[in-house]
Ligand binder design. Sequence first.
Ligand code: ADP
Ligand code: MG
Length: 277
Amino acid sequence: VLDAPAILRVRDLDKSFAGLHAVDHVSFDLHQGEVISIIGPNGSGKSTLINLISGFLAPDSGLVDIDDEPVAGRGAVDVAERGLSRTFQNGRVFGALSVDDNVALGYHRRLRALRPAKGLQRYPVVRWASLLGETALALVPGPAARRESAEVDIRVEREIMRFRERLGDRRGNATYTLSYANRRRTEIARAHISEPRILLLDEPTAGMNQSETAEVTRQLQYLKAQGHTILLVEHKMDLVTAVSDRVLAMDGGRVIAEGAPDDVRHAPQVVEAYLGK
Ligand code: ADP
Ligand code: MG
């Protein structure tokens, strides 16, 4: 995969919060079909890095290019339109909407392409809502948005099939009634349904038990086998080792090691970074 073209190029990315250097001149390439995991102790800058990449934060300096287009500082909607989909460390779904409707919202990018005339005014709101999660609930026009296209119903069906043991009989339920793990499954399905160029997952197994983590591991292995390009932030080293082509280890905002999962995991500076916390 290293011979494949770089879909995402990050150069000298830098961000401070009131003097705290959260991301310190980070550079790396993510190639087509590659899975990179970012590891590092709490506070090492992982979430800030992916917020910079996904346009939720503007960098102080540095470049983020998607397919050779500069996107740094252009905002989350622009980045999403270039084909990056993400999930959040704390999980963000619309609690009052059903599983199906949450997943359908993730299809906004394709919806807009499919239906340029009818309902176009609504989708800018929907796409914001699906990016921002719960906080934008009041803005969501509701389930009607997805009924406009049979294509969407088919896609949602297919997406949820992959989680059928867990979500199959809960598709119509408001997501606030679901277990934490099921809300996270819903969020992953919502991020994946648009078939993003880049799928960015911030600790998708946070708060999950061992069997739920194993299930997400299988899901990610499946997505990797399908050729998806994935940037993953994750603590659980078994998962990281099972799915990653490469691992970047961060500490104090900087990349302190990079390479094959087992090499990075056992690198002395990485072991020390974790012990020091
Ligand atoms: P990680 O995801 O690796 O745990 P974060 O990227 O969340 O780390 O945080 C990196 C550092 O930046 C931490 O010291 C954190 O407290 C700080 N930080 C993150 N976001 C903000 C913010 N919005 N304002 C101020 N400090 C922040
Ligand atoms: Mg984090």
